[in-house]
Design a protein around this ligand. Structure first.
Ligand code: NAP
Length: 241
């Protein structure tokens, strides 16, 4: 493999998903991208979409909630060149009323929504410092406000955001730019279109554009060390907020 700078994106599934879109944008920007998720066949499709577009990528099967799996992912990525960009995108929505919720469900939501972010962020900082680079966490509307029926997701995403903020303050002065992106609304991707087709059809243009989101991640990565943004919030023009 080349000594080209590397990006890692964990939480990659559908070709038409945020993880894959961020990976494609990083490859377009010249990085070799390691796309990570739990399903090899889906990762291979994403890698093929990057290579077809002239980029460089490889897949890595990894579970964001498993400490040794995250460590192995970073070891794999580091073999291809210095890690310049790392993105934690795992953490799918976990709806449900708190009063009716099993403890195991709440804990599982926290493991993927927050704990995995800690494992990934810690490993990223260990590999990327002292050289520096960009580490970005994906948030949601749930990161900023509690909502009936989404308590587990709120708890996980809210905690992820504050963990990211603490990491930004801990590692920023050493040269690691930590960012958090609040995706404030539904994404126009495979997850909503497949799982909630009626909602997606009704939302139409209110859904957030994947390429626009990916550009925002790349924008954060391009920022100069004396003009860093910690948080961006993105929504479609039609979203009421
Ligand atoms: N979709 C929305 O409308 C929406 C709205 C606001 C915020 N967000 C945020 O956007 C991010 C996801 O983007 P997306 O919805 O477009 O989905 P996506 O990027 O298409 O897919 C995310 C992928 O993460 C993988 N994943 C889940 N658990 C994992 C784990 N433990 N370890 C490694 N990978 C794991 C899943 O694939 P495997 O099952 O194959 O591993 C999943 O397909 C999440 O942080 C979510 O909270 C989404």
């Amino acid at each position: 493999m080349t000594s080209k700078n590397t990006a890692i994106v964990i939480g990659v599934g559908a070709v038409k998903g945020l993880g894959a879109s961020v990976a494609r944008r990083a490859a377009k920007g010249g990085l070799h991208v390691v796309v990570a998720g739990r399903t090899e066949s889906r990762l291979k499709d994403v890698v093929a979409s990057i290579i077809d577009a002239g980029g460089s990528a490889e897949s890595a099967v990894a579970d964001a909630t498993d400490e040794s799996s995250v460590a192995a992912l970073f070891r794999q990525a580091a073999q291809t060149g210095p890690i310049a960009l790392a993105v934690y995108n795992a953490g799918n929505n976990t709806p449900g009323k708190l009063l009716e919720m099993d403890a195991s469900y709440f804990e599982a939501a926290w493991r993927i929504g927050c704990f995995g972010g800690f494992l990934f962020g810690r490993e990223a900082a260990r590999h990327m410092l002292p050289a520096g680079g960009t580490l970005i966490f994906t948030g949601a509307s749930a990161s900023l406000r509690g909502r009936a029926g989404f308590g587990a997701f709120n708890a996980a995403k809210g905690a992820l955001r504050l963990m990211a903020q603490a990491l930004a303050k801990e590692c920023g002065p050493e040269g690691l730019h930590v960012g958090h992106v609040v995706v404030d609304g539904g994404i126009d991707g495979e997850i909503l279109r497949n799982r909630f087709p009626d909602f997606a059809a009704a939302a139409g243009e209110r859904l957030i554009d994947l390429e626009g989101l990916a550009e925002a991640y790349w924008f954060l990565h391009q920022q100069a060390p004396r003009a860093w943004t910690f948080e961006l919030d993105l929504r479609s023009k039609l979203e009421s907020w």
